[in-house]
Structures are given as structure tokens and as C-alpha cells.
Unconditional design. Structure first.
Length: 195
């Protein structure tokens, strides 16, 4: 059963990679570029084909999608963002990246705060629980961050103010191996920086 699921995922990922997914830059926390490659994708449903492009490119198991839209040339280093106590995390179901109805109020509140504080940029971190391969979890974390980004943009936030990054399973909020803990780790986390 697991092998069938893996084969289906691999075929789906290969199909996405060969249909012209957008390229992303893998970037370390200090803002240095680790490289680019056709195996990286910025679409909400995209991920790397065959597991290439995410792990082992100097990014420490993470991807940096940067800001979308507007052609902004300069990326703000991740280390310049600080915790956004004014904003709430959004959580996800196992192996899913769609926004749950119970999390929409948190995103609406986050969007309202960003509309009222136009002098802030936001970084959305995508996270996953520990189950699955590191590469898969980084791709899943990216899709989660992109879904949160798309939600904010659809609620009036300029996409040029939003950056996304995926840490996959690499920055756990809870370290126990049980469903309650895994549920806390499956999240989009928000950080902010004054422009």
C-alpha cells in the first residue's frame, strides 16, 4: 500500500515538474543563495520531481520561495523577521495543505492586521510533522505556506509584502511522536519585519 502511494506521488510530482512549474531559489537563513533548479516549484500544488532540489543544496532542508509578483529584485534575509505575536498560526490536517474552515478566522484576523499595518512585511513559514521523507515534508511545508499566502492575497494583502519559506519537519514545535504533537507541528507560522 505504501509503495503504491509512493509511486502515485512520484508520478504526480514528475507530471508537475515537467509542465513548467515556476523556479524558486533555495536560500539559507543568512540570505545567501544556495542555487536554483528546475526541480523547485512555487505553485500551491507543485513540488520537486524525484526528490531533487530541496535537500542537500546548502539550504539545510528548506526552500525559500521569496516574494511573488511585482518583480521585487531584493529579498529580505529570513533572520531579519521576528515572531509575529499579533498573528496566529494556521494548522493543517495530516498530509494536507488546504485551509480548514476552523482556521479561516485566524487568517482573516492576520489579513486585517496586515491591512492595518502596511509598513510590515510578513514571512510565512511552512512546517510539517516528522512522518514522511525530509524532501516530501519540505515540499508539503511549502504548499502550506503558499496556501496561507494565497489566502492573504485574496483578502487584499499585496503579494510583494509576503515571503514564504518551508522548513518541513526541521523546526518542530513539539517533539513527541503522537497525534497531538504532530497536529501542532503541521502549521503555517507567521513572522514580521517593519519595512
Amino acid at each position: 500500500m505504501k509503495m503504491t502511494h509512493t509511486a502515485i506521488c512520484a508520478v504526480a510530482l514528475l507530471a508537475l515538474a515537467t509542465t513548467g512549474c515556476a523556479k524558486l531559489m533555495a536560500q539559507s537563513e543568512d540570505g545567501s543563495t544556495a542555487g536554483t533548479g528546475p526541480g523547485m516549484s512555487g505553485s500551491a500544488g507543485g513540488s520537486s520531481g524525484g526528490g531533487g532540489g530541496f535537500g542537500g543544496q546548502g539550504g539545510g532542508g528548506m526552500t525559500r520561495a521569496g516574494r511573488s509578483g511585482g518583480g521585487m529584485a531584493e529579498r529580505v534575509p529570513v533572520k531579519e523577521f521576528h515572531p509575529a505575536h499579533e498573528m496566529s498560526d494556521v494548522h493543517f490536517d495530516f498530509d494536507r495543505y488546504d485551509i480548514r474552515p476552523q482556521d479561516e478566522p485566524a487568517l482573516q484576523s492576520n489579513a486585517a492586521w496586515l491591512r492595518s499595518n502596511r509598513n510590515y512585511l510578513v514571512l510565512i513559514e511552512g512546517h510539517s510533522d516528522e512522518r514522511g521523507t525530509a524532501e516530501y515534508n519540505v515540499a508539503l511545508g511549502e504548499r502550506r505556506a503558499k496556501m496561507a499566502q494565497n489566502y492573504l492575497v485574496s483578502h487584499g494583502i499585496d503579494s510583494r509584502r509576503i515571503s514564504v519559506i518551508s522548513y518541513g519537519e526541521h523546526r518542530q514545535q513539539c517533539m513527541e511522536s503522537n497525534e497531538g504533537c504532530w497536529a501542532k507541528n503541521r502549521r503555517a507560522h507567521f513572522r514580521i519585519k517593519r519595512q
